[in-house]
Design a protein around this ligand. Structure first.
Ligand code: HPA
Ligand code: ZN
Length: 341
């Protein structure tokens, strides 16, 4: 492993976008316990250290079980606001300039927390992040793929009154055995409502799920996608069409998609010409925010500054920002790189 402190400082300061972060996954243990006390919710862990000890995951499901349990503390508008604003404050330290965040309404509506409560709190923090921290953002509503298509459809219909606040829809939760095809009709309806479409695919599921996400759901971006190399024709298409992949290196190692960072295929993806970005996924659970993901991957895989710059540019290029703002932010990355040279 190479340790280059100047590369680390370069990474922390480079302007970047984060396109794959589950806001419920930004719930730090300290805030989880604060909200549990505030709302009189009993947690199955005695304290913050006990909870951190439980973060010893062996696959996606072992993480999701704890992640959904932790989300029980989120009850009121203020809780969703506090969670989201705390994420933005931390993101600002990594010079994140734009965020496209996922939220999972079904995780909350199933506990009788109204959709309006969830979205109002998150939206309030997004508005304040723009005015107080200069971070722009979009919200992407994710459907939980372990639940039924009719439950997803219900979530989509609850979203309609809040349409102006929601940029797109996505698909997350337990991937294996829950192919994108299960949700084809829900995504048909979402596209009719002009939602952007993304989907988790090829994290634990096979490359064929990436194809399904593209062909059956109309996904414009693939979340994770690291198993694409199982299908050479698919890789050629992803390169040709420059379909963005939102890769989350620390998540992949924590959930044992790769045994260690040195075996991650991020560098191979860059070398193949894929439109790859680096993101944190669930930063409170996987040991780092977005810059930590760049640093860990860069050190283990020997990424150059030029590759870091390309990843940061990709993060804006792959975003749903309007063309002019994309160009302005990409120009900022270039100026930063030139001034740091
Ligand atoms: N994969 C699938 N679903 C998720 C994840 C993830 O990494 N994080 C939160 N929900
Ligand atoms: Zn994810």
């Amino acid at each position: 492993m190479i340790h280059d402190p100047s590369l680390e400082a370069f990474i922390r300061g480079i302007p970047k976008a984060e396109l794959h972060v589950h806001i419920e996954g930004a719930l730090e243990p300290e805030l989880m316990f604060t909200l549990a006390r505030r709302n009189g919710i009993a947690l199955p862990w005695d304290n913050v250290d006990d909870l951190r000890q439980a973060y010893d995951f062996h696959n996606l499901q072992s993480f999701l079980d704890i992640y959904y349990r932790g989300a029980d503390v989120l009850q009121h508008v203020q809780d969703f606001y506090d969670l989201t604003f705390s994420y933005f404050k931390r993101a600002a330290e990594d010079n994140v300039r734009h965020v496209e965040l996922f939220f999972d309404p079904q995780t909350h509506t199933r506990r009788d927390v109204p959709f309006e409560t969830v979205i109002t709190g998150i939206r309030g923090a997004c508005v304040d992040a723009e005015s107080r921290l200069g971070i722009s953002s979009r919200m992407i509503l994710c459907f939980l793929r372990h639940l039924s298509p009719s439950s997803a459809l219900e979530s989509l219909r609850l979203a309609v009154p809040f349409r102006p606040w929601i940029c797109g829809v996505g698909l997350d939760s337990s991937e294996a055995g829950n192919p994108p095809s299960k949700f084809q009709s829900v995504f048909d309806e979402a596209r009719e409502e002009n939602f952007r479409v993304v989907a988790h695919a090829g994290e634990e599921g096979p490359a064929s799920y990436i194809r399904e996400a593209l062909d059956l759901l109309g996904a414009q971006r693939i979340d994770h996608g690291v198993r694409c190399f199982e299908d050479e024709e698919l890789v050629e298409r992803l390169v040709r069409e420059q379909i963005p992949l939102t890769v989350c290196p620390l998540s992949n190692v924590k959930l044992r998609v790769f045994p260690e960072m040195a075996q991650h295929n991020l560098k191979r993806m860059i070398d193949r010409g894929l439109m790859v970005t680096v993101n944190s996924d669930d930063p409170a659970y996987f040991g780092g925010y977005v810059a930590d993901n760049y640093v860990a991957a860069a050190q283990a895989l020997g990424l150059t500054r030029a590759e870091v710059v390309a990843l940061a540019k990709n993060s804006f290029q792959a975003s749903f920002l309007v063309h002019d703002r994309k160009l302005a932010l990409i120009a900022e990355v270039e100026r930063y790189a030139a001034s740091a040279a």
